[in-house]
Design a protein around this ligand. Structure first.
Ligand code: GAP
Length: 450
């Protein structure tokens, strides 16, 4: 992880938020390469969920909604994490993040133990918990609501409390009628959305993995209220979402499904399964497939009229909810490769922030530079994505610099290029170089990059 975090900062993927003012816990900024990677992930998701299908439409709802939405959706009451506070030093912790607390204990047993405070400097494991005198460092759990509050209005004293959305989901449900009435969707159909969500996480950490501001990409797929129908779609979407990560190059051995126990399911979920990644800090959820039943639409009093069958019902919802930041992090981790000579991000070409880098062999030979610039400008027009130009240092250093950010192809213009109108193309993964006529360059790259 340390290597990834350092690479992200050094090469402009991800920076700590507000760094020059000492930072702010749980907030991160994406730099020039990070925003490209994140946008590429979002674009691929939108393509597979909306453009490639004819049963899903997209929306982009507001981050702040009428607070009644959160009352109805159950988030004001039930969107909580178990929080403990040390009676001595008043530091607060999420109970399942205390060392030695297993996933099961988080949900079943947290109110049975006096946990020692991590700031007390004790070596903690469950075996020794009972041996510590309770009165020294006893901490008791309570539930802490994760919604981030905002004050809306201009007159002091009359400002209203609102909430930054804790999940982007509710925007899809409150617009359900608008979408049905304004587009031609018929059940089963889906509503797709990508956007920011905010949670007052008790213990943000593991780089961007648990942040207080993050982005989600979600599909709410509405089906008939029927067990067979909803199970069929649940199965379909869990496979489909796993396939998407595999198609974009994530290693199979680093991915797995994990079914939620009844006790750990969110308040809205009838059943839930996570897609987990084998992260440096352990297997970690980065997408959830949830059977939300009729929880949301019935809480918002919404029904669907099937004109043909002349029936009215509350649809059930199968949701796929992925984290853009967690996917970005895990695509970085998964593609990271190093040997004695170089560090490489073996990102799928569709995700790579820079698609092609163009080099003149020597920076002080004008005809080489001119030809390289012409090719660079031409590729910028023809190829969808970032094209880089680099004439610093020697060729070897330029290759390694591009490897480190995952650029799939480097094109070098040398003296032979001037004579016979050919260039060399170097492949990031194999490091092999081949000569190609300039006239065939665009076609070659377009094919390889798709
Ligand atoms: N609408 C359902 C929902 O929000 P969730 O399991 O709470 O479900 C879905 O969140 C995804 O959002 C997670 O799998 C994760 O990728 C991302 N996510 C949730 N909390 C996050 C956080 N604090 N920081 C970064 N990503 C987060």
């Amino acid at each position: 992880m340390d290597k990834i975090v350092a690479l992200c900062k050094r090469r402009g993927f991800i920076y700590p938020g507000s760094e020059i003012y000492g930072g702010i816990t749980g907030f991160w900024d994406y730099g020039p390469l990070g925003v490209e990677l994140k946008n590429n992930i979002k674009r691929e998701w939108w393509k597979s969920i909306v453009y490639d299908r004819d049963d899903v439409v997209g929306i982009d709802a507001a981050i702040i909604m009428n607070p009644e939405v959160w009352k109805a959706s159950g988030h004001l009451d039930a969107f909580t994490d178990p929080l403990v506070e040390c009676k001595t030093c008043h530091h607060r912790f999420r109970i399942d993040h205390l060392p030695g607390v297993s996933r099961e204990e988080k949900y079943y047993k947290f109110d049975q133990y006096p946990f020692p405070c991590p700031t007390g400097g004790h070596e903690i494991n469950l075996g020794m918990l009972n041996k510590l005198p309770k009165e020294i460092k006893s901490i008791e759990p309570r539930h802490f609501n994760l919604l981030v509050e905002a004050k809306i209005g201009v007159v002091e004293g009359e400002k209203k409390t609102a909430y930054l959305r804790g999940e982007i989901t509710q925007g899809a449900f409150v617009n359900f009628e608008n979408i049905v009435n304004s587009s031609r969707v018929k059940i089963p159909f889906g509503i797709a959305q990508i956007g920011k969500a905010f949670r007052n996480e008790i213990t943000p950490g593991n780089f961007t993995f648990r942040s207080r501001e993050f982005e989600q990409m979600e599909l709410e797929f509405l089906v008939k209220p029927d067990d067979r129908e909803s199970n069929k779609w649940f199965e379909y979407w869990r496979k489909e979402r796993m396939r998407w990560y595999l198609d974009l190059g994530m290693k199979k051995e680093n991915l797995r499904f994990r079914i939620h126990e009844e006790s750990e399911r969110a308040h809205y979920a009838r059943s839930a399964e996570d897609i987990e990644y084998n992260a440096p800090f352990g297997w970690s959820e980065f997408e959830g497939i949830h059977h939300r039943g009729d929880w949301d639409l019935s809480r918002h009093n919404l029904k669907y009229k099937d004109e043909r069958a002349k029936e009215e019902f509350t649809p059930w919802v199968i949701e796929t909810s992925g984290g853009v930041d967690r996917s970005t992090l895990f695509f970085l981790v998964d593609s990271y490769y190093e040997d004695e000579k170089r560090v490489v991000l073996k990102l799928h070409p569709k995700l790579a922030p820079v698609k092609v880098a163009v080099f003149p062999l020597l920076a002080n030979k004008l005809p080489l530079v001119k030809m390289a610039k012409d090719i660079y400008h031409n590729l910028k027009e023809q190829i969808n994505g970032m094209i880089a130009f680099d004439d610093r240092g020697n060729i070897g250093k330029r290759y390694y610099s591009q490897d480190e950010i995952g650029t799939p192809f480097c094109v070098t213009i040398d003296f032979q290029s001037i004579e016979d109108k050919t260039v060399t193309i170097r492949d990031r993964d194999t490091m092999k170089q081949e000569r190609l006529e300039i006239s065939k360059l665009q076609e070659y790259l377009k094919k390889k990059l798709s």
